[in-house]
Design a protein around this ligand. Structure first.
Ligand code: ADP
Length: 217
């Protein structure tokens, strides 16, 4: 079990803190506004009304013992930056900061923050990707335009072999596994026959994966 702090309990901070609890961690929620704290008082391990721009107030919260801190103050640029600066001055390095826009991102980057998140943009990209590639259930970007993709088969591929599905991108994609109900077939053979409802996890560049999209529907 790990211990996290979430500063700013708006929509993003609330969702993050609740999910961290759901995953079995301890969470300290911090906000200046009692109305933001109130709905979470019974759901998080601790909640505190405090102003994160005030370094002395933050120092009293023993944040050094946290495994990670999320700064989820999106709208108020000044408050987000001062809070982040305070955490850096306290020697805390494991910090995730929500950025509202590109100038916010640029300043955070200059401050040396490694984990800058853009929830709206990232979700927008995901929604667009799901609309564009409806068969892609979920994916992880691995950098350099390489993706790990979970494809859920619901139609035309049924009773076709894996080789016939992947031949368009032959050596450029690697099928990691096929999941059928609770059974997992690791590194499936080329003659593996696909069925309705199978999940296929594959890895490749965006370009190579796109070659497969006509046959994956
Ligand atoms: P979202 O878009 O995720 O709802 P908001 O920016 O609207 O994010 O909400 C941020 C939260 O951060 C609000 O609940 C606000 O009260 C809180 N907040 C703003 N400034 C501070 C601060 N200095 N210290 C702690 N919490 C703050």
């Amino acid at each position: 079990m790990a211990y996290f702090a979430v500063i700013g309990l708006g929509r993003f901070g609330t969702t993050t803190s609740r999910e961290l609890m759901h995953l079995g961690n301890e969470v300290l929620g911090i906000d200046t506004d009692p109305r933001a704290i109130e709905p979470l008082a019974d759901r998080l391990t601790h909640t505190v009304i405090a102003d994160a721009t005030d370094e002395r107030a933050l120092k009293e919260l023993n944040l050094q013992s946290c495994d990670g801190i999320v700064v989820a103050i999106g709208e108020d640029l000044r408050a987000s930056l001062l809070c982040t600066l305070n955490l850096i001055n306290m020697g805390i390095t494991s910090v995730w900061v929500k950025a509202g826009d590109s100038s916010h991102h640029a300043i955070l980057s200059k401050l040396g923050v490694k984990n800058i998140v853009h929830p709206e943009e990232e979700m927008g990209i995901r929604v667009a990707q799901s609309l564009n590639y409806p068969m892609v259930n979920s994916y992880i970007g691995l950098g350099h335009y390489t993706f790990l993709v979970d494809v859920h088969f619901t139609g035309a591929v049924t009773n076709k072999t894996l080789a016939s599905i992947t031949k368009r991108a032959k050596d450029e994609v690697r099928v990691v596994l096929i999941k059928r109900d609770s059974h997992i077939e690791y590194s499936p053979a080329p003659d593996f026959v696909l069925e309705y409802g199978d999940h296929m996890v594959l890895v490749g560049t965006r370009e190579a994966l796109t070659k497969l999209s006509p046959v994956l529907k």
